[in-house]
Design a protein around this ligand. Structure first.
Ligand code: BES
Ligand code: ZN
Ligand code: ZN
Length: 491
């Protein structure tokens, strides 16, 4: 699966002669030393600009036209903050600016010690993330950007093999994020269940991943009737894609499960039209899994990983589920379908009990599960539901390194009463109040005693506004957090 990132050329260099340059500045609003590769004339012009604009001292990211020594634009970023999230955010803003400036010729001048003190790589990560654009289907073909890569001018540091490996990992992470963004942005007539399955086959080919696809027949045979009940209303048949990764030397086995509703009409509990538009993004959980798979396939980590993506299109037809229907899931639990629009939890239920059967060390699921969590957390923070203190701590730390934001929500057992049904073991909705919590509680019935964490990524997977890290459309959030958390589980 090629994406925009895979077309970029990124290299370390010590040459000069670039039209556009990015340099670091400090809290005193002066050029960060270490950018010694710059000619004296250019340096002094930058100094002059900074002292003439000292009223902008509070600005962390700015640029100006230079036209000196062949340099046209200078981008200045305050790099005095050492935390990754701040650096990623600031450089993403630069990446976004440069994407629309349509320039091919760009160099990042590494500031003093940036390669060794850990500030250079988050800068590169942020910059690359900011350059994303969806290829789309306009008559004028292509990405419509001239930007084709980044040269990193290393003045004070050697290009070590460690640095190269770290850069490769950043490239893998950005590429995985771009894959997820592309998958969410693709229309639902292209990325339908068979489209997603094709992507999974491509991913399996590119790395050391084994793939096993359960088609509708197998799903029915295994008794995954909850999964089937959501997908059976569409000519696009449901499937469960299982990708597995067994690197040498791995000790832990972690399962990740992603909601893959390639379109959510709501079914017979039909969504109103303004709520339906955008529901091509309802495969964001599965898309996130594939982004993580892509990153791991390129970078490699020492953890056994099983990825389960139930894929369905939630449609209306003579074969679709009707409100009030009852189905028995893979783990034997019967569920009354009160609302066919609460479909994500149904397909996850069967995928989770299938994953739990293998007794992994833990299961992490991700899903654009509820509108309720968007109301609770707004559009920049996704939710984690887990009883495992350690898992949450690890995820939170990974998110902080990635400029992504997670908030822990309660699994309040007493709210389970909302899921009581008159005719079945439970029903699939628990009322409007605490809707994200009852959805998570529903899922908890299908994981047995395997340590488990549920991520409701409805707030962040898809964005209506356009910021550098959460671009309009698919955001690829939280691919990088999950990759980093999985990596932290290496032993
Ligand atoms: N896919 C939606 C959740 C969603 C809403 C994601 C908005 C992204 C943005 C999910 O399948 C759904 O429809 N949930 C219902 C549940 C309700 C019927 C209990 C919801 O949130 O309204
Ligand atoms: Zn729904
Ligand atoms: Zn949905």
């Amino acid at each position: 699966m090629k994406n925009l990132m895979d077309t970029y050329k990124i290299k370390f260099t010590n040459s000069s002669g670039y039209k556009n340059i990015i340099v670091g500045i400090d809290n005193n609003f002066t050029l960060k030393d270490g950018s010694v590769a710059l000619e004296a004339a250019v340096k002094s012009r930058i100094d002059t600009f900074l002292s003439a604009n000292s009223q902008d001292k509070e600005k962390k990211v700015l640029n100006f036209s230079l036209y000196e020594n062949g340099i046209e634009q200078v981008y200045l970023v305050n790099v005095d903050e050492k935390d990754n999230a701040t650096l990623i955010e600031r450089f993403a803003a630069i990446g976004q600016k440069i994407r629309s400036a349509k320039t091919a010729d760009i160099a990042l001048y590494a500031w003093k010690d940036s390669a060794s003190n850990g500030t250079l790589l988050p800068a590169i990560e942020g910059f690359l993330l900011g350059t994303y654009v969806f290829k789309g289907y306009k008559k004028e073909k292509g990405y419509q950007v001239d930007f084709s890569g980044l040269d990193i001018v290393l003045a004070d540091a050697e290009q070590t093999s460690e640095l190269t490996t770290e850069l490769d990992e950043i490239k893998a992470l950005v590429s995985g994020t771009f894959l997820t963004r592309d998958l969410v942005n693709e229309p639902a007539n292209i990325i339908n269940p068979s489209g997603m399955e094709r992507v999974a086959h491509d991913l399996a080919q590119s790395g050391e991943w084994k793939i096993d696809v359960l088609d509708q027949q197998a799903i029915i045979k295994k008794g995954m009737n909850l999964l089937n009940s959501v997908g059976m209303g569409s000519v696009e048949k449901p499937r469960l894609v299982h990708l597995s990764y067994r690197p040498q030397g791995a000790k832990k086995t972690i399962a990740i499960v992603g909601k893959g509703v390639t379109y959510d009409t709501g079914g017979y509990s039909l969504k109103p039209q303004n709520a339906m538009y955008g529901m091509k993004s309802d495969m964001g959980g599965a898309g996130t899994c594939y982004g993580v798979v892509s990153a791991i396939a390129k970078a490699g980590i020492k953890v056994n990983i099983d990825v389960y993506t139930p894929l369905v299109e939630n449609m209306v037809s003579d074969r679709a589920t009707k409100p009030g229907d009852v189905f028995v899931g893979y783990n034997g639990r019967s569920v009354e379908i009160e609302n066919t629009d609460a479909e994500g939890r149904l397909i996850l239920a069967d995928a989770l009990s299938y994953a739990a059967e293998q007794k992994p060390d833990c299961i992490l699921d991700m899903a654009t599960l509820t509108g309720a969590i968007v109301i609770a957390l707004g559009d920049e923070i996704f939710a984690a539901f887990t009883k495992e203190e350690e898992i949450f701590k690890g995820l939170d730390a990974a998110a902080k390194l990635s400029a992504e934001k997670v908030w822990r929500m309660p699994l309040e057992e007493s709210y389970k009463k909302g899921l009581k049904s008159d005719v079945a073991d439970c029903k699939n909705v628990g009322g409007r109040a605490g809707g994200a919590i009852t959805a998570a509680l529903f899922l908890s019935e299908f994981v047995g005693d395997v340590p488990w964490c549920h991520l409701d990524i409805a707030p962040t997977a898809f964005s209506d506004s356009n910021s550098a890290l959460l671009p309009k459309g698919g955001t690829g959030n939280p691919v990088r957090s999950i990759y980093r958390w999985l990596k932290s589980q290496q032993s």
